[in-house]
Design a protein around this ligand. Structure first.
Ligand SMILES: Cc1cc2nc3c(=O)[nH]c(=O)nc-3n(C[C@H](O)[C@H](O)[C@H](O)COP(=O)(O)O)c2cc1C
Length: 222
């Protein structure tokens, strides 16, 4: 992970390596001096590297009892992100959660985690009538969004796709990302001869079994 390798922290620490890296890049210095300090909205200092912060923030002992307490305390909509098994989807439905996001958070920490898109048909079939299902991870094209919605997702989330736009062109780059994805969505629907989202159904999608985990969906026959 480059951020861990380089000891990325908030605010950034200027090391000798940073200075050497920046010497041939005067425009970096210009940006660094003239733009606002880099900060998270909810965090002014990590007090260490971002990697160390993430390590300390993860609590593996959190369980369904804790979620039950949160459900009792919070009368509003409750959505749980990071669902990776049918069993968890069922438990969350029974707990009265309003929505679930099938996600491995982009596979950035545990890069051998199952692919959420492959779990989608099974979860939609089993709990889709009782809970809203969203999906993310690897959504890089409007066709990915169409396929996910055809398989039962209410909508998809994107992470890196919009960040790529942000890095390339700031706010305008994010707007461009959204318009590219929108064009790809309508283009895909035209090719499928589908007039509206409601017309999409699993018959519009072929999932390659060689990419799907048998454990996720033993019934997947495509
Ligand atoms: C820079 C970055 C930071 C992220 N931070 C979090 C986080 O704090 N909590 C979380 O649940 N997911 C986090 N994610 C994962 C995203 O919310 C999302 O699940 C993921 O990026 C979707 O996959 P994609 O990037 O392939 O679209 C982060 C993703 C990126 C790229």
């Amino acid at each position: 992970m480059p951020a861990a390798k380089h000891g990325f922290s908030i605010p950034p620490q200027i090391s000798l390596g940073t200075v050497l890296n920046a010497v041939p890049r005067p425009w970096w210095w210009w940006d660094f001096i003239t733009t606002r300090k880099l900060e998270f909205a909810s965090l002014s200092s990590t007090g260490g590297t971002v990697g160390e912060l993430l390590d300390s923030a993860m609590d593996p002992s959190i369980n369904y009892d804790d979620l039950g307490i949160i459900r009792q305390m919070w009368p509003g909509k409750l959505v749980v992100k990071g669902v990776q098994t049918l069993d968890d989807a069922r438990k969350l439905t029974d707990l009265g959660v309003d929505g679930i996001v099938l996600s491995n958070h982009g596979g950035r920490q545990l890069d051998r985690a199952p692919i959420p898109y492959h779990l989608l048909p099974t979860v939609a079939r089993e709990v889709g009538d009782d809970i809203e299902i969203m999906v993310d991870t690897g959504i890089m094209n409007g066709a990915d969004i169409v396929a996910s919605m055809a398989l039962g997702a209410k909508f998809t989330l994107i992470g890196r796709a919009y960040l790529y736009g942000l890095m390339a062109g700031g706010r305008a780059g994010v707007d461009r990302t959204i318009s590219i994805l929108s064009e790809q969505i309508t283009g895909t629907m035209k090719l499928l001869q589908v007039n509206c989202i409601e017309e999409l159904s699993p018959r519009h999608v072929t999932q390659l079994t060689r990419l799907a985990s048998r454990i996720l969906d033993p019934e997947l026959k495509v």
